[in-house]
Design a protein around this ligand. Structure first.
Ligand SMILES: NC(=O)C1=CN([C@@H]2O[C@H](COP(=O)(O)OP(=O)(O)OC[C@H]3O[C@@H](n4cnc5c(N)ncnc54)[C@H](O)[C@@H]3O)[C@@H](O)[C@H]2O)C=CC1
Ligand SMILES: O=C([O-])CC(=O)C(=O)O
Length: 341
C-alpha cells in the first residue's frame, strides 16, 4: 500500500512538473490589454480573453467601472492574472509590457446613424489611446475595434508615425465580425455545416466597403445570383441589423466580443510562432491602390507576415470592389487629415 502511494505521489509530482513547464516554458508569457474593457464589447471580450490559455496577464482599462469587471473576471480559475486600471493616470501601467492591445473604446451607433457619424467622438478617443500606446508599449500589436474602423486605423497609423514607432505589421483593423456573419449567413443558405464554412471578406468595415467573396466560399454551393446578392447585402448590413434590433441600446457586443477574441487568439498564435495562421483584417496594404484594405493576412512572430492577394473574383465581386473604393478612400483620407490637424 505504501509503495502504491509512493508511485501515485511520484506520478502526481511528474504531472505538476509538466504543468509548471507548460506555464513557464512552452507557452510564453503574454500580456493582453483591453482599452474600453468595461463596455458592451469590453466585458464579454475580457471574459473570453480570460478563458484563453495563451494569455498570462490580462490588463483591463477603461475610464470607469474597471475595478468591478476585473474583480469579477479575476475570480475565474484560468491562467491569466487580471488587473483593472481606471482613468488616465493609470493608462501607462495598463499598457506597460503589453504584447497585444485590443481597443473597443468609444461610442456605439444608434438607429439611423452610420459608423462615420461616430467619427467626431471616437477619433479623439483613439488618437489619445494610440499616443499612449506609442509611449508605453510601442512594440505591441494593436487590434482596432472602435468605429469607424475605416478611419480609426489610418488615425492610429498617423499617430504612430508622428511618434516615430509606426510598424505597419503591427496595426490591425478588426473585421472578423464581417467574416463571422458571412459564414453564418452562407451556411444557412447553402445548407452546409457552419463549422466547416470559410468566406473571405475584403475591403473595409462599413456598408458597401464590406465585400464578402462568396465565389471563394467553401464548401462550395451552387447559389443563384439573387441569393448571392441578398447574402452580400445582409453581410454589409449586419451591423445595422443589430443596431435596429437593439433599438437604441447600442450595437453588436456579444458577437463582436466573440469575433474580437478569435482575432486576438490568431494574433497570439502568430506571435508564438504557430505556422499558417491566416485571418482577414484591415491593414496597410498594396493589394489595391488604397493604402489600407482588408484581405487575408498571414500572421506571424512580428504581426503581419504576408498580405495575401485577393484571388479570383466573380464579375459581381469585381463591380463591388470598384464601387467600394471611393468611400473607403475618403474614409482613409478623413482619418489621416484628422490625425495631422
Ligand atoms: N469593428 C467592429 O466590427 C465593431 C466595432 N464596434 C465599435 O466598438 C466600439 C465600442 O462599442 P461598445 O462596446 O458597444 O460601446 P460601449 O459604449 O458599451 O463601451 C465603450 C466603452 O469605452 C469606454 N471609453 C470611452 N472613452 C474611453 C477612453 N478614452 N479610454 C478608455 N475607454 C473609454 C467607455 O467607458 C465604455 O465602457 C464602438 O465604437 C462600436 O461602434 C462595435 C461592433 C463591431
Ligand atoms: O454596426 C455597428 O455600428 C457596429 C459594427 O461595426 C458592427 O456590428 O459591424
Amino acid at each position: 500500500m505504501f509503495r502504491s502511494m509512493l508511485v501515485r505521489s511520484s506520478a502526481s509530482a511528474k504531472q505538476s512538473l509538466l504543468r509548471r513547464n507548460f506555464s513557464t516554458g512552452s507557452v510564453p508569457e503574454r500580456k493582453v490589454a483591453i482599452l474600453g474593457a468595461a463596455g458592451g464589447i469590453g466585458q464579454p471580450l475580457a471574459l473570453l480573453m480570460k478563458l484563453n490559455p495563451l494569455v498570462s496577464s490580462l490588463s483591463l482599462y477603461d475610464i470607469a467601472n474597471t475595478p468591478g469587471v476585473a474583480a469579477d473576471v479575476g475570480h475565474i480559475n484560468t491562467r491569466s492574472q487580471v488587473v483593472g486600471y481606471m482613468g488616465d493616470d493609470n493608462l501607462a501601467k495598463a499598457l506597460e509590457g503589453a504584447d497585444l492591445v485590443i481597443i473597443p473604446a468609444g461610442v456605439p451607433r444608434k438607429p439611423g446613424m452610420t459608423r462615420d457619424d461616430l467619427f467626431n467622438i471616437n477619433a479623439g478617443i483613439v488618437k489619445n489611446l494610440c499616443s499612449a500606446i506609442a509611449k508605453y508599449c510601442p512594440h505591441a500589436l494593436v487590434n482596432m475595434i472602435s468605429n469607424p474602423v475605416n478611419s480609426t486605423v489610418p488615425i492610429a497609423a498617423e499617430i504612430f508615425k508622428k511618434a516615430g514607432m509606426y510598424d505597419e505589421k503591427k496595426l490591425f483593423g478588426v473585421t472578423t465580425l464581417d467574416v463571422v456573419r458571412a459564414k453564418t449567413f452562407y451556411a444557412g443558405k447553402a445548407n452546409v455545416p457552419v463549422a466547416e464554412v470559410n468566406v473571405p471578406v475584403i475591403g473595409g468595415h462599413a456598408g458597401v466597403t464590406i465585400l464578402p467573396l462568396f465565389s471563394q466560399a467553401t464548401p462550395q454551393a451552387n447559389l443563384s445570383g439573387d441569393v448571392l446578392t441578398a447574402l452580400t447585402k445582409r453581410t454589409q448590413d449586419g451591423g445595422t441589423e443589430v443596431v435596429e434590433a437593439k433599438a437604441g441600446k447600442g450595437s453588436a457586443t456579444l458577437s463582436m466580443a466573440y469575433a474580437g477574441a478569435l482575432f486576438a487568439d490568431a494574433c497570439l498564435k502568430g506571435l508564438n510562432g504557430v505556422p499558417d495562421v491566416v485571418e482577414c483584417s484591415y491593414v496597410q496594404s498594396t493589394v489595391t491602390e488604397l493604402p489600407f484594405f482588408a484581405s487575408k493576412v498571414r500572421l506571424g512572430k512580428n504581426g503581419v507576415e504576408e498580405v495575401l492577394d485577393l484571388g479570383p473574383l466573380s464579375d459581381f465581386e469585381k463591380e463591388g470592389l470598384e464601387a467600394l473604393k471611393p468611400e473607403l478612400k475618403s474614409s482613409i483620407e478623413k482619418g489621416v487629415k484628422f490625425a495631422n490637424q
